[in-house]
Design a protein around this ligand. Structure first.
Ligand code: ATP
Ligand code: MG
Length: 321
């Protein structure tokens, strides 16, 4: 398996990002080859502040390393450090039907809302296709919201192959475990844009306060409750160990408990669960030069692969002899 996935450096990672994506990237890094990149070219469509973008990019690398990505097993790099991908993106753009991109939801949603969209957002799926095809990736772990973009990538690769000969491997989406749809502090899906996140690396004291404010229903104290449908319990079960989880489920079914107790247990379990990554993150953050070295090494490996694929594509369409 050759695995590839990108993560946008657009803010601090939250529990949804970890349990819904990052944890599964870490599990996949043992495959034959795995490539993980910080998608700063994609982020440039939304982050229009140079200092912030540079900071988010470095932070994202530190976050991934702290959460278990191992640069000796996976290739970790910054998207813009591999210029071959941008060149491949142009090759793919020529031959991409406008209609295909007009149907893509990120652009369509903006347009429906009457918001201005730039060509970067419009052509985003083509850059993503180049990201994937440049490494001959056959497996792309994504949330179901990205499925459409994988289909675009497969379309573009197939039509290029059909026209110019067998150049690209056709990738498959690997849908990330959707049972890990993490609820936010308001019970809705946790998401940066909903302002309902619990961040992985936020200060434990601040996080505890946030947890104590999580919205709950007005169930009378003495009534039993089904744990699996309660967002407080869902959050708890992510960070608790097995016996703790079972004891909590038992408490729910028996009734006679207050949500305050559950919140306190949740804050305790969360602090414990992320203690090690937090310590690792502090250590990594104090060595930015080491991070840059890891990223430079990753970029070198990624470029080697991407330049082979780009060369194949350029030969096929007559850009090089
Ligand atoms: P935005 O609000 O800008 O959409 P987000 O907080 O939803 O940001 P994304 O950048 O959309 O985060 O998602 C990054 C990755 O994390 C994706 O793979 C996505 O499927 C996963 N993810 C995000 N939120 C959740 C969640 N609540 N539960 C499970 N997975 C999630
Ligand atoms: Mg989202």
């Amino acid at each position: 398996m050759r695995v590839l996935s990108g993560i946008q450096p657009t803010g601090r990672p939250h529990w949804g990002n970890y349990f819904g994506a990052i944890r599964q990237y870490v599990d996949l890094q043992g495959e034959d080859e795995s490539y993980y990149f910080i998608a700063n070219l994609h982020a440039l469509t939304t982050v229009r502040d140079s200092v912030l973008l540079a900071q988010y990019t470095l932070d994202a690398a530190i976050d991934l390393l702290a959460l278990g990505l191992d640069p000796s097993r996976a290739t970790l790099f910054v998207q813009s450090d591999v210029p071959e991908v941008s060149e491949l993106c142009w090759v793919l753009l020529t031959g991409t039907p406008m209609g295909l991109l007009e149907r893509c939801h990120a652009y369509k949603d903006k347009k429906t809302k009457g918001l201005p969209a730039d060509a970067g957002l419009f052509t985003y799926p083509v850059l993503m296709a180049a990201d994937i095809l440049a490494y001959d990736a056959d497996t792309v772990p994504v949330g179901d919201d990205q499925l459409q973009h994988i289909e675009v990538c497969r379309d573009l690769a197939n039509s290029f192959n059909h026209h110019f000969g067998q150049v690209f491997s056709i990738p498959k989406a690997k849908i990330l475990d959707s049972s890990a749809k993490v609820p936010g502090t308001d019970g809705e899906k946790m998401s940066k844009s909903y302002n309902n996140t619990l961040e992985i690396f936020e200060d434990p004291k601040a996080q505890r306060k946030k947890i104590m404010r999580i919205t709950t229903d007005s169930r009378p104290m003495d009534q039993p409750k089904e744990p699996d449908t309660d967002h407080l319990y869902q959050l708890y079960s992510l960070v608790a160990n097995d016996p703790e989880r079972e004891a909590m489920a038992e408490l729910y079914r028996r009734g006679g408990f207050g949500y305050g107790e559950v919140k306190k247990a949740l804050a305790d379990a969360a602090e414990r669960y992320f203690a090690e990554p937090r310590a690792r993150r502090a250590e990594l953050a104090s060595q930015p030069d080491r991070i840059r070295e890891i990223l430079a090494d990753g970029a070198q490996r990624a470029r080697k692969k991407a330049s082979q694929v780009l060369n194949r594509a350029k030969k096929a369409c007559g850009l090089v002899g």
